[in-house]
Design a protein around this ligand. Structure first.
Ligand SMILES: [Zn+2]
Length: 295
């Protein structure tokens, strides 16, 4: 069963490179029999729009609203961020809308193509019994990795990247009434989930393959912990809203990529809270202030 894992960005250039590389392997796009997604981000689903119309597509249930650009979900998505931005200290509505708009600008690189069926942890890939599905949430609320025991191959999507830590992104919960996910905590759990697995090589979503998963995972966990301790020091001096912490953590990137840097900051704050090192208190305007836990 000729299976495509993920389908890059929806641009002419990406489509040309894709066709050329397929041709080098002796295939054409129409030869592909099914597509399996590691997650729903635009740079992993874009080319779905250019594949033959009846191609079966499989992914995590969180991909469902994203792949049809569900208006109800998108309304909920926007409201989720607007409310959250306020709590994080971004109290200017117009500015919040701009940040949201910037975050959503990458959606243009994706595509609209409904899932044929959802897949989940514990199952094997459709028509590929050897491949086990491992849920690896954190970078995305839809993230899955695929493992074949016979040769220790892991298809890691963006869960593991060789040169950079794949950022846990803050995303709204699938259901309106559910609490927001804590992607940094999920990400750490998903990293640790890989430790007992005998992985010979991991094929990643961007950049080089990874051979020594164990060392890389330990390193990522350590770096995150150290970064979190820096944040703890910041709020030891005075109680701060996430926006101020973000500004100090990412002085140059902050203005250009507020969505991404806020995600990273809230991740570290969630982590420190989980270790009971810090506390959060809402002020009268609903802005959250973080401070080291009073004994
Ligand atoms: Zn991604």
């Amino acid at each position: 069963m000729l299976t495509l894992i993920d389908a890059g960005v929806n641009t002419e250039a990406a489509w040309n490179v894709f066709q050329t590389q397929l041709a080098e392997m002796g295939y054409r796009p129409d030869d592909i029999e099914q597509v399996v997604l590691t997650h729903h981000h635009p740079d992993h689903i874009g080319l779905l729009a250019r594949l033959r119309e009846d191609i079966p597509v499989f992914g995590h249930s969180y991909c469902v609203p994203w792949l049809i650009n569900d208006p109800n979900f998108m309304r909920h998505h926007d409201a989720f961020y607007m409310e959250l931005f306020h709590e994080l200290g971004l109290t200017n509505q117009r500015k919040s809308s701009d940040v949201l708009k910037q975050m959503k600008s990458t959606l243009a690189l994706g595509s609209v193509k409904p899932l044929t069926n959802t897949i989940a942890e514990g199952e094997t890939l459709p028509n590929l019994d050897e491949w086990k599905i491992i849920e690896t949430l954190g970078h995305a609320q839809s993230h899955l990795s695929f493992y074949r025991e016979s040769d220790g191959v892991l298809i890691a999507g963006d869960h593991i990247l060789a040169h950079i830590s794949s950022n846990p992104l803050l995303e709204p919960p699938l259901q309106l009434d559910k609490e927001r996910p804590k992607p940094q905590l999920q990400y750490r759990d998903s990293l640790m989930k890989l430790l007992p697995i005998d992985i010979h090589i991991a094929y990643t979503g961007h950049g080089e393959n990874v051979r020594d998963i164990q060392t890389l995972v330990q390193q990522r966990l350590r770096t995150q912990h150290e970064k979190a301790l820096l944040v703890k020091e910041m709020v030891q001096r005075e109680a701060l809203p996430a926006l101020k912490i973000c500004e100090q953590l990412f002085p140059t990137l902050f203005r250009k990529q507020m969505g991404f840097t806020l995600s990273a900051t809230i991740g570290l704050l969630d982590y420190l809270q989980s270790l009971e090192m810090i506390d959060k208190k809402l002020d009268d305007f609903g802005v959250a202030y973080y401070a080291t836990k009073s004994k």
